[in-house]
Structure formats: structure tokens, C-alpha cells
Design a protein around this ligand. Structure first.
Ligand SMILES: O=C(O)[C@H](O)[C@@H](O)[C@H](O)[C@H](O)COP(=O)(O)O
Length: 248
């Protein structure tokens, strides 16, 4: 794993997808041990990439190393569909991770799937504010320890898609959105909610993502992921095929 600090976040580059998932799982275990008495709050990403990580977390040695009893799981975004729908991110996480590890049910916070998308976004935001014990995000008091994000080839992340009104949202923590090029109405954390993290992690693998990674790291404004910031650190966990060409 090679590490380079650059303006737009440290790069952790692993040789293969498999070693990438192990490197990130090892890193996550280490983070959970930094504050052994506190709840560890992590927002998970949907999509296919992190599924390799979620499966790995349920296997030895990781299933014995994570402090599941004090980990709290949130979603960075979800499709506004019933939790048992094939496209539900929560449904995927429940199948691959939550049903296979001893995390207490009360420590898992799915995005609501009832009512309207607007109501569900407000409900999730109220849940986050209750856990945060405050209505306004405060510098130095992150909402999440880790915010795990993926990256689309168009530079979207979570459900922050190009040219969408939600990209202008700087007050709400959760918002509904209707991506023009992806199925389903979505619920997504907004930029301020993602920013309120000790660590924002981009987990990206595969040669098809290399161009998007390069564009985002060059801060291409057409890529919503370019505007993602972190109150703490922003780190890219990449496999070699997704890694940008070294800056000369
Ligand atoms: O709900 C989702 O699908 C994710 O939040 C989305 O932002 C995902 O991370 C990217 O689309 C990359 O998806 P892949 O990992 O499948 O390439």
C-alpha cells in the first residue's frame, strides 16, 4: 500500500481489489480502537464496490476484531424503495453485513422507506440530530467518525448527481433527490452532513473509475464529488487500476 498526501486527500493505493478491501478493513479496525469507550459512528455507501468490504467484515479475522456492540451504522444515501426491494442499499447491507455480525439492532439506522421522500428525509435528519444531541453541526464535533463514499464514473457520490438542486443544499443534513440518470428517487446526506466527519473515505476500484478519480482530484466542478470536504481527513482508498497517474 503506497501513501501520498496531496491537496485533495491522502491516497492509499493497494495492488488489487482484494488487498484494497483488506487494507481498508484493517484501517477501520484501527480507527474503532482510537476511542475505545465511545460509540463509533460510520455512514456506509451503497453500490457494488463496498459489498466486497462488507462481506470481508463478516469473516475472520475481522468479525472478531470489530467492536460491534459500540458501532453505530448509518447510510450515506439510499434509494427511496421498500427495505426489501432488490435496489435498497439498506437491504443489501442487511443481507451482506448486519445479519451476519453481532451489532445490536438499535445501533443500525436505515433511511426510512415509508411516507414521502420529503418526509423520510426530514425523519432521518431528526434521527441524526437526536443522536448528535444538537440541531446545528458544530466544528470540532463530528457527526460521523467515518463517512464511506463511492464514486460514479460521472463523478457522483452518495446520491449527489451532477446538475441537481441538492448540490446547492447547505442547511439540511438529508435531502430527497431525483437523479436524471439513475433509477428511483433517492435520499442522500448533503455536503454539510458529509463534511461533519472525522474521516471521509472514498473507496474506489477498477480501471473504469480512473478518469473520474483523476477529475475529482483535479477538482473538476462538473463532478459533485469534487465539492466533498471533511472536517477531519479525506482519504482515497484505491486499487492500482483506479489510481490517478502520479503528478509529476
Ligand atoms: O447508492 C449508491 O449506488 C451509491 O451511494 C453510489 O454513490 C455509488 O457509490 C456509486 O454509484 C458507485 O457505485 P459502484 O460502487 O457500484 O460503482
Amino acid at each position: 500500500m503506497t501513501e501520498q498526501n496531496t491537496a485533495t486527500g491522502a491516497l492509499h493505493i493497494s495492488a488489487t481489489r482484494d488487498s484494497l478491501m483488506h487494507d481498508l478493513a484493517d484501517w477501520l479496525v484501527k480507527q474503532t480502537l482510537q476511542r475505545p469507550e465511545a460509540p463509533f459512528r460510520i455512514a456506509l455507501s451503497g453500490g457494488s464496490t463496498p459489498q466486497h468490504l462488507y462481506r470481508l467484515m463478516t469473516e475472520e479475522p475481522y468479525v472478531s476484531r470489530f467492536p460491534w456492540q459500540r458501532m453505530q451504522f448509518f447510510l450515506g444515501d439510499d434509494r427511496f424503495v421498500p427495505h426489501d426491494h432488490a435496489d435498497s442499499n439498506y437491504g443489501m447491507m442487511r443481507r451482506l453485513l448486519f445479519s451476519r455480525v453481532p451489532v445490536p439492532a438499535e445501533n443500525i439506522f436505515p433511511m426510512p422507506d415509508k411516507g414521502t421522500a420529503e418526509q423520510a428525509a426530514k425523519e432521518y435528519e431528526a434521527t441524526l440530530k437526536q443522536i448528535y444531541r444538537g440541531d446545528a453541526l458544530q466544528a470540532g464535533k463530528p457527526l460521523f467518525d467515518v463517512n464511506l463514499l463511492g464514486l460514479g464514473t460521472d463523478g457522483h457520490t452518495a446520491s449527489l448527481f451532477p446538475d441537481q438542486p441538492v448540490l446547492q443544499e447547505r442547511t439540511a443534513w438529508v435531502a430527497p433527490c431525483v437523479p436524471p440518470v439513475a433509477p428511483h428517487t433517492r435520499l442522500t446526506l448533503t455536503y454539510p452532513a458529509i463534511h461533519a466527519s472525522r474521516y471521509v473515505i472514498f473507496l474506489v476500484e477498477g480501471a473504469d473509475k480512473k478518469e473520474a478519480v483523476t477529475r475529482v482530484r483535479a477538482q473538476d466542478p462538473a463532478c459533485p464529488a469534487s465539492a466533498v470536504t471533511s472536517a477531519g481527513d479525506l482519504i482515497w482508498f484505491l486499487d492500482q487500476p483506479a489510481a490517478p497517474a502520479p503528478q509529476n
